[in-house]
Design a protein around this ligand. Structure first.
Ligand code: FAD
Length: 643
């Protein structure tokens, strides 16, 4: 029998949890065959757990910036944000994938279906929600906005990128621009009236941004003439907004080569007059848009600037310091990028879980005569689902923790608390970006495996998730570049202080989990992960001094090990909290029966958290020692090979 294609709910809501939204979207004839779904199952229960029990988001209320809020408002923001993503954004995901973007009359047209949803997104204030109310934002903590951001990416990665890049570009102007620039641009961007981009990449300058050739010459009237070509610019133009504001890297005439000589400019597509009105075309021309594997609804533009006539820009901050400013946007974008990985992993996991419950195929191993059973009963399918659950929920928790560190670093009056949070965020950023996007892709692949041949078909959302998420390991600095950042910069910064701060935090937690005897087997694997990390870190330090290349050869495996430990840490933290709650629910025992877990959603949830940590500890953390051995005893074969 051909399996159900989600035209009606196939999931028993009681089997999920009371907070999950299940939206079944009957497609409206955009396909001649089959029924591709704009359908998202979002696990809000897990987010409630992270925000309230793991991170305790109420502690943010003690910061001046958030004193006007309360936890009820936080809860309302999260619920409404998720609801909007699930009900309004998810349905346009397959439509945008199918329609893609086009260029007409020199300007980009995005998928038609995006327009009404973008209008609502803008009107509801979701785009600039984390930013200052002074410029039209809502001042919501990043931690509270994180589930909303995840839901938007899960609903449609391509659609969500327009608003995501825009508010982050606006934030760059707010942080480093003059008062005039702030007044002219920031509110228009936080409210989504105008779009925003980050313009780094050029044909000869990809990972090596310092090789860019865009030029800027001083016009002497407070503006600069800009000339150059940019490629791969996301949202480089669109008809969603009446203007597009490019945060553009170029070199001022006479400035040195390399990243040190780069400056940052605001280059609007249409000039903005001093009274804020839109003026003449500023000669930022769309030469073309890229045909690509996924995110078809996101316009990836080739831009020619100042080639068809003069293009002007405003300098942001000091001349020559553009790269250091751009790092603010890149660091925000790296966390957002990791969140895309986690978002699509979670979406794919939920789809695969629903499918595995529904699809009947083959008998149960221990009861072959009883006839065929749902595939969720087969051990190999369960193993795949467990990897998916652990990576999805673990990266979600890690990214949520990064948001919390970011809020604390920016708003805490306690210098030690703020300083530690800043160090931890700096260390975690390349790991959260690269690990979450690599695992995000892996989880979509596992989801396809769970769906069997049906997963490969366009009628199901998995193949789109898989195509869409691949880019996240490439843009915002490839994952290889993230590994170099971790090993070459973050591990060495401040004499290793970032790493030592994390090791101390982890050490403290190991003390906490060590006190829960029922979790001793899990704690042991996390401890071994910590020791392995320390061993490789030491090896990297000594080896880099003797033979830099052999050390750098292990940068990506080291980042992977670090990701295993950080995600393991987050899952173990969840297990400790779950153990306390479970003991309360059962009157003391952590041993629950299958029947209890079946009948009680809360017991099922908390027992599930312990089960996930246990699975991850044994299936992933247990390998830490051998991974460390392989790294510290690696061969030179890759370096010596004559290809
Ligand atoms: C869909 C899409 C959207 C994008 N959006 C934007 C955007 O909005 N703004 C923007 O500015 N750019 C954007 N980009 C560009 C993206 O950031 C770059 O593609 C990326 O930085 C890599 O550059 P590259 O493609 O030139 O690859 P290369 O730099 O040529 O890298 C190729 C390979 O070599 C490795 N490599 C390169 N240098 C080193 C090194 N020094 N050490 C070790 N390994 C190295 C890389 O890890 C990679 O595996 C986008 C790209 C795409 C495809």
């Amino acid at each position: 029998m051909r399996p159900c294609k989600f035209v009606a709910p196939v999931v028993d809501p009681a089997k999920l949890n009371e907070y999950s939204f299940i939206i079944d979207f009957p497609p409206t004839g955009h396909r001649t065959r089959g029924r591709k779904m704009g359908h998202l199952i979002f696990d809000k229960r897990d987010w409630n757990f992270i925000l309230n029990e793991q991170l305790d988001v109420s502690r943010l209320l003690k910061f001046k910036a958030f004193e006007d809020y309360d936890t009820d408002v936080f809860e309302q923001v999260v619920s409404e944000g998720i609801k909007f993503a699930v009900e309004r954004i998810a349905p346009v995901n397959p439509l945008g994938d199918e329609a893609g973007c086009t260029v007409e009359g020199g300007f980009v047209k995005v998928p038609e279906a995006y327009h009404p949803v973008y209008k609502e997104l803008k009107q509801a204030g979701w785009i600039g929600m984390i930013h200052s109310p002074e410029f039209g934002g809502q001042g919501i903590p990043l931690t509270v906005a994180a589930p909303v951001g995840e839901a938007q990416s899960a609903a449609s990665q391509a659609f969500a990128m327009y608003g995501g890049l825009t508010h982050s570009a606006g934030h760059l102007i707010e942080a480093f621009g003059t008062e005039k620039l702030r007044q002219l641009f920031v509110e228009k961007m936080y409210t989504g009236e105008w779009g925003g981009t980050m313009c780094l990449t050029e044909p000869n300058a990809g990972s090596e941004v310092g090789d860019l050739r865009s030029k800027a010459s001083d016009l002497g009237d407070g503006t600069w003439q800009i000339q150059g070509q940019k490629i791969f610019i996301s949202g480089g133009d669109s008809d969603l907004t009446s203007n597009t504001v490019h945060l553009y890297l170029a070199r001022c005439e006479g400035d040195p080569a390399g990243t040190r000589g780069i400056s940052l400019f605001v280059v609007p597509r249409h000039w903005v007059n001093d009274d804020g009105s839109i003026g003449e075309f500023n000669n930022v021309s769309v030469v073309g848009i890229e045909e690509k594997l996924g995110i078809h609804g996101s316009a990836t533009c080739q831009l020619s600037v100042g080639e068809d006539g003069p293009a002007r820009g405003y300098l942001v901050g000091e001349r020559g310091r553009g790269m250091s400013y751009m790092f603010q946007m890149m660091n925000e974008a790296r966390i957002a990028c990791g969140q895309q990985g986690s978002a699509l992993a979670n979406a794919a996991y939920q789809q695969a879980l629903a499918y595995a419950r529904d699809r009947v195929q083959g008998p149960d191993l221990q009861n072959p005569r009883a006839g065929s059973v749902a595939i969720i009963n087969h051990p190999d399918v369960r193993r795949n689902l467990m990897f998916m659950k652990a990576y999805s929920e673990g990266t979600r928790a890690l990214l949520a923790r990064c948001s919390m560190w970011s809020d604390i670093a920016a708003h805490s009056d306690d210098e030690v608390e703020a300083g530690n949070a800043k160090l931890l965020l700096e260390l975690a950023t390349p790991i959260a970006k690269a690990y979450s996007t690599d695992k995000g892709f892996k989880v979509t692949e596992l989801a396809m495996q769970v769906l069997g041949g049906y997963g490969y078909l366009k009628e199901y959302p998995i193949e789109q998730y898989m195509r869409d998420i691949k880019i996240a390991s490439l843009y915002e600095g490839t994952n290889g570049i993230q590994a170099l950042d971790l090993v070459g910069r973050k591990m060495r910064a401040n004499g290793g202080q970032l790493f030592m701060t994390y090791m101390a935090t982890l050490g403290e937690f190991l003390g906490r989990i060590g006190a829960v005897s029922e979790l001793a087997d899990i704690a042991k694997q996390l401890q071994s992960g910590q020791e392995s990390l320390g061993k490789v870190a030491m090896w990297l330090q000594t080896t880099a001094g003797e033979d830099m290349k052999i050390a750098i050869l292990q940068a990506t495996p080291f980042l992977e090990l670090f990701g295993d430990v950080m995600v393991g840490h987050m899952l173990c933290e969840q297990a400790v909290i779950a153990a306390e709650r479970l003991a309360e629910l059962t009157g003391g025992s952590l041993m629950t029966s299958a029947e209890q877990r079946e009948n009680d959603a809360e017991i099922r949830f908390y027992a599930g958290k312990i089960g996930t940590a246990r699975f991850f500890a044994h299936a992933v953390l247990q390998l830490a020692r051998s991974k460390a051995f392989a790294m510290t005893n690696s061969s030179r074969a890759a370096l010596n090979m004559v290809f």
